[in-house]
Design a protein around this ligand. Structure first.
Ligand code: NAD
Length: 519
């Protein structure tokens, strides 16, 4: 049982083997909750470890700590808050291999991608450190003499960060590092499918926080129940709820936050399309399609799920793709030669089986795969199906390595089909024609939050803002000016003159308060 041996040394090296955690208060103290639930190793279908389930008192303790610490943290100068995040990044650099292995064990993503996830945490932390010295407002021209009009940004408060299983550490880091430099505190409710990764990340953060007087900036609540999310969404002490997960759950969480006029940052489902036009360089397109459709076993929000191919290139691309699919090594995510690990759980495997059956019943032609693999792990074959964009199965996100392939005649038709989906996260066009590239990126082109030319839908850098439109939720995280979501904007005007002119030239003064007329 190699995974079990690896697990024991790993948990020891990450310092979490003896924790019995349900909640962390961010100052090194843990609460033990009640009952327990298992983190399952999806490659073997067996428990990796048990964690505890937080009680309402545990959640209240974490939230109370986040509120209390916020009152102090918001007054720490931003560049000093950045030093805390800088040291966090260094701690992640040191523990990259261990964290990557734990993420691979717990989610089933291959080690190279799991290490990439830790690298993404480091990258966003580096970005946040730079940001901590340039959180900027703007000075605007006032219409009134001797007045200064400007905008400034203040810390917002405790932020609830609710995360999905597929990026069990990086999505928290995207939110938490920006929130921390912005002067906010964070209450994290991770996915119950990947609690150990969260515990390991929290443990590292606690150590670094202790050196920076930042205890309680990051807190954690573990549960496999829905009430903690509902509680956080409905609590007016939490000005921002950052939710990453399915559109189905996002649709339930958002109204709870809106009802109390809180803010929601929604990063929900994707159903991403890649278009291969007549002039495309297939040597570029092919590896992009493979990584996009098969990487992370099709369990990325940016996974390529729909492939539109110009009819003139269809036969050639099908031939090359099916040959490449046949070479994909499926197996242990910790083996370096593996390209496709397991799905997260049995439910995901059932959803795969159901989607393949539904596509075939609708008339889909199975070009590759379509089967589950025997054994206790949740393995499936990478699957390629010739389909129709209008079928309900193609319109919804099935979190599995299924790629629906569809021909088109004109680029306008392909863009129309691509946009004809409820989600709007990532999109890509492969072309050697500059005019078509620009057409794809123009206002009437892709309607997605991410639009790439000659690279795939998957694997964004942290420098740009990340997120999508329509049922993907409209949120933006990571780079660019995404930090503004974690702060409150204040418009301020200072009158440094000795009269009180009103805006719009309004005269509002009873005669007795008029200045005396000079004789
Ligand atoms: P999920 O919606 O099942 O769970 C997300 C979070 O919500 C988890 O913390 C979970 O415990 C909680 N939750 C689940 N059901 C709930 C309920 N009924 N009430 C309250 N909370 C609930 O998502 P998942 O299966 O963990 O992740 C996959 C989904 O996340 C996919 O749809 C994927 O596209 C999306 N995702 C989006 C992004 C993005 O940036 N757009 C990134 C990663 C994942």
């Amino acid at each position: 049982m190699p995974h079990r041996d690896q697990r024991d040394t790993l948990l020891q090296r990450l310092g979490i083997e003896e924790l019995n955690p349900a909640a962390a208060l961010g100052d090194g103290s843990w609460r033990s909750g009640i009952g327990g639930f298992a983190s399952i190793d999806p490659a073997v279908g067996e428990p990796l470890a048990l964690v505890q389930r937080a009680t309402p008192d545990d959640l209240e303790a974490a939230l109370a700590a986040a509120c209390r610490v916020f009152r102090h943290w918001r007054e720490v100068p931003a560049p000093r808050r950045g030093l805390f995040v800088r040291d966090l990044a260094d701690a992640w650099r040191e523990k990259k291999d261990e964290l990557g292995t734990l993420i691979a064990l717990e989610t089933g993503k291959i080690k190279a991608e799991a290490d990439g996830e830790v690298q993404e945490m480091i990258d966003i932390a580096d970005f946040a450190v730079g940001l901590s010295r340039r959180l900027e407002g703007s000075v605007l021209a006032s219409e009134r003499p001797q007045h200064r009009l400007f905008e400034q940004w203040h810390p917002l408060g405790p932020v609830a960060v609710i995360t999905a299983f597929n990026f069990p550490a990086a999505v928290w880091a995207w939110n938490a590092t920006l929130a921390a430099v912005c002067g906010d505190t964070v209450v994290w409710k991770p996915s119950p499918k990947a609690p150990l990764s969260a515990v390991a990340v929290q443990r590292i953060a606690d150590e670094v926080a202790a050196r920076h007087g930042a205890g309680g900036v990051f807190t954690l609540v573990l549960s496999d129940e829905t009430w903690p999310v509902e509680r956080l969404a409905g609590d007016a002490r939490v000005p921002l709820v950052s939710f990453t997960g399915s559109s189905h759950v996002g649709r339930a969480v958002a109204p709870l936050v809106a009802h109390r006029f809180g803010r929601c940052l929604l990063e929900c489902s994707g159903n991403n399309a890649l278009i291969v036009d007549e002039s495309a360089d297939l040597d570029l397109a092919l590896p992009a399609i493979l990584f996009g459709a098969v990487g992370t076993a099709g369990q990325r929000c940016t996974t390529t799920r729909r492939l539109f191919v110009h009819e003139a290139r269809l036969d050639e691309l099908i031939d090359r793709l099916t040959r490449a699919y046949a070479q994909i090594r499926i197996g242990d995510p910790l083996e370096p030669a593996t390209l496709l690990g397991p799905l997260i759980d049995e439910e995901a495997r059932r959803a795969f089986v159901a989607a393949v059956a539904e596509a075939q019943a609708a008339g889909g032609e199975l070009l590759h795969g379509g089967n589950t693999l025997p054994g206790h792990g949740f393995f499936v074959e990478p699957t390629l199906i010739r389909a129709d964009n209008a079928w309900p199965v193609v319109q919804r996100e099935t979190f599995a390595p299924i790629l629906y392939l569809m021909p088109f005649r004109t680029l306008d038709e392909a863009i129309r089909l691509q946009n004809a989906a409820p989600q709007g996260l990532a999109s890509a066009l492969f072309t050697s024609d500059l005019r078509r590239a620009e057409r794809f990126l123009a206002a009437a082109g892709s309607d997605c939050g991410i639009a790439n030319v000659n690279l795939g839908t998957s694997g964004a850098e942290v420098g740009g803002a990340f997120g999508g439109e329509k049922e993907t939720g409209g949120g933006r995280e990571a780079g660019s000016d995404a930090w503004k979501a974690y702060m409150r904007r204040q418009t301020a005007t200072i009158n440094w003159g000795s009269s009180l002119p009103l805006a719009q030239g309004i005269n509002f003064r009873p005669p007795s308060t008029k200045p005396p007329v000079a004789s």
